[in-house]
Design a protein around this ligand. Sequence first.
Ligand SMILES: [Zn+2]
Ligand SMILES: [Zn+2]
Length: 327
Amino acid sequence: MHAQLLNEARRPLVPAELPTPRPGPHQLLIAVRACAVCRTDLHVVDGELVDPKLPLVPGHEIIGIVVEKGDAADRFAIGDRVGVPWLGWTCGVCEYCRSGRENLCDRARFTGYQIDGGYAELTVADERYCFTIDRRYGDVDAAPLMCAGLIGYRTLRMAGEAQSVGIYGFGAAAHIVAQIAAHQGRRLFAFTRPGDVAAQDFARSLGAEWAGDSTVLPPEPLDAALIFAPIGALVPAALAATKKGGTVVCGGIHMSDIPAFPYRILWEERVVRSVANLTRRDAEEFLALAPEAGVRTETVTYPLDRANEALGDLRSGALQGAAVLIP
Ligand SMILES: [Zn+2]
Ligand SMILES: [Zn+2]
């Protein structure tokens, strides 16, 4: 099968011909129809996330069709369409797994990081971590739901009952979260790279009542702020934009260092927290909610052999919405 392979961090992916993977007992062999490109892929390729499996097939926002099953796989039938997310396996016995926090599992394994992912014609995945995708979504449209959507949703949930929500970094996750937030009747404020008028217009088109540069304060203090851009300096900026008791949620897996900031912007019971990975419950909730909320995804497609170009466009901020690879 054709795949795009990471042999070494900080090097471009290379095209490769790999043997057809065989499904283990609980695994499915899946013909990949679409795989979205996540910022986490960029962190792996750029060496900011250490110790990936090497060589590695990246990609963890996979939509595909089951073509073969392992002996113990009984949740899906041959021909079913499934989605494969970042969470690829958990131990089931550690204190986190036993307390409903499998996203923090001590021995978790992640798709496109410790497990070969979807930048390929075929992939294998443990069926216990695969999901049915609503018929209302095409393969390309559904792909960004699998991480930008899922982890974006978890990030929004960590903001609790916040009515006014700021979003820093208006990319793939934000464009989905904005629609969920609007559906829930929340008020949305979007912060983009200074001067990125196109992203600000995009945010307004998805329901933001205000959009502006990340360097300015919003017109009023916010109940919560979500940060999707991997820029540590946004943490104090977001704290300064929130009300007393407000929450700042960092939705990414990697961020540049957070600069020192005065305690007074954290005081008055403001909270800074992060979000790590997803649970299967997050996926079930979000994948049921997205079609009900009418969530649509904005995508730019690339053939699989142009994966490096897709990663480059994400790195440079040239994309509106999500990049999706088609094998
Ligand atoms: Zn565990
Ligand atoms: Zn991701």
